[in-house]
Design a binder for this molecule. Structure first.
Ligand code: DSN
Length: 423
């Protein structure tokens, strides 16, 4: 690009003139992000570079197929974005093959089932109430309807994955694929143990790394890539990229995975999102990102300790990652009420089932908190003590005046570290 090449991209004045209603939604959401504490463990704040790629004219291009093998003309420019992204993904994760086209984590998982299994095959995966994911065999999802799912969970005493149970179930049910990776499991997963169980019964090993792949990219926790046949993930959690999915796998599965993504599960890729994924893969290869990933965990551990001091028990006793699952039963407040009370005070988090939860999922006995976003905006472990105290007060005090006071304290904290500066 020469210096004189104009970037034809987001023009907020045009949006305001053409569609003031949607322009207001966009600015209101920006205000919401700026004014609250964003503790949803699966969210983050994308960089201006990622947003520029997302808001570009690459969105216009139909590019069914893969670089050099498209079903449409005019793909030679967007091909470059995908080729650059694939090379960056392989290098960052030490992977033999990468596919950047899945529209989401669920699409990446669907494609992996499609690549490796036939309907009716048996899959061994973590149960949703113990921290798994809808696409790991829930009855309301394709995975539970079209496949025979056997679920493993955590031990009641330690709240850690019960590897003995996983091995026993694998021997008993002879699954064609074993899945590890979760949405509400705060501890490291022993990928070597899963590999050895998969090898013992001749199963594929799929790791759904959506939650923690950013920590892997930042070299803050061990990688599943050397152990798994296929690793799927989203790009918008700790990794801090655009909303979307990605798959890395061994070379001998490359063609199967690519054909499963397109044409089996998807049509045209979202080339603006593919380009934005390439951008974040470059950002994530920097020393700054590695420091960020480590700080996410330091902050997460500080937050878990702070919440424990507030009488809220971290499930499994703590965290090794960006998230904590908090058992609220000692407070007498449900997850549902805690989410609402925190929300009223501009603290955004989600209710979450805890293992062996006596409450139904829509009520839940716990909350889940993550530090990916607050670390991006520059909050440190010192700030996490205050965050924990604010959550503690919001959960315990249900009246409106407390919410207003807590909200004011949240405002002071986040305005010192704006998610997206105003100038
Ligand atoms: N919904 C995501 C999460 O919040 O963990 C997983 O898909």
């Amino acid at each position: 690009m020469s210096d004189s090449t104009p970037f034809w991209g987001p023009d907020f004045d045009a949006l305001t003139a053409i569609d003031p209603e949607i322009a207001t939604v966009v600015t209101d959401e920006l205000d919401r992000l700026r004014e609250g504490l964003q503790l949803i463990a699966s969210e983050n704040f994308t960089s201006p570079a990622v947003l520029a790629a997302l808001g570009s004219t690459l969105s216009n291009k139909y590019a069914e197929g893969y670089p050099g093998k498209r079903y449409y003309g005019g793909c030679e420019v967007v091909d470059r974005a995908e080729e650059i992204g694939i090379a960056r993904a392989k290098s960052l994760f030490g992977a033999e093959h990468a596919n950047l086209q899945p529209h989401s984590g669920a699409s990446a998982n669907l494609a992996t089932y499609a690549a490796l299994l036939a309907p009716g095959d048996t899959v061994l995966a973590m149960s949703l109430p113990h921290g798994g994911h809808l696409t790991h065999g829930s009855k309301v999802n394709f995975s539970g309807k079209w496949f025979n799912t056997v679920a493993y969970g955590v031990r009641e005493d330690t709240e850690l994955i019960d590897y003995d149970e996983v091995r026993e179930l694998a021997r008993q049910h002879q699954p064609k694929m074993i899945i590890c990776g979760a949405t509400a499991y705060p501890r490291l997963i022993d990928f070597e143990a899963f590999r050895s169980i998969a090898d013992e019964v001749g199963a594929w090993l799929m790791v759904d790394a959506a939650h923690f792949i950013g920590l892997v990219a930042g070299k803050a926790i061990p990688s599943p890539v050397p152990y798994a046949d296929v690793v799927t993930f989203t790009t918008h959690k700790v990794l801090r990229g655009p909303r979307g999915g990605m798959i890395v796998c061994k070379e001998d599965l490359a063609a199967r995975i690519d054909k499963a993504v397109f044409p089996f599960c998807q049509g045209g890729p979202l080339m603006h999102a593919v380009a934005a994924k390439a951008v974040v893969l470059k950002e994530a290869a920097t020393p700054e990102y590695q420091s960020y990933a480590k700080q996410v965990i330091v902050n997460s551990q500080a937050l878990a300790e702070g919440l424990a001091a507030e009488g809220m028990r971290p499930v499994s006793g703590g965290t090794d990652t960006h998230l904590s699952l908090i058992d609220l039963r000692e407070t007498g407040v449900t997850g549902k009420d805690a989410e609402a009370r925190c929300g009223a005070a501009n603290i955004v988090l989600n209710k979450n089932a805890i293992p062996f939860d006596p409450e139904p999922p829509a009520v839940a006995s716990g909350i889940r908190v993550g530090t990916a976003a607050v670390t991006t905006q520059g909050l440190t472990d010192g700030d996490m003590k205050e965050v924990a105290a604010l959550i503690g007060r919001a959960v315990r005090e249900s009246d409106g005046s407390a919410a207003a006071e807590i909200s004011a304290a949240v405002g002071s904290l986040v305005s010192a570290h704006p998610a997206y500066p105003r100038d």
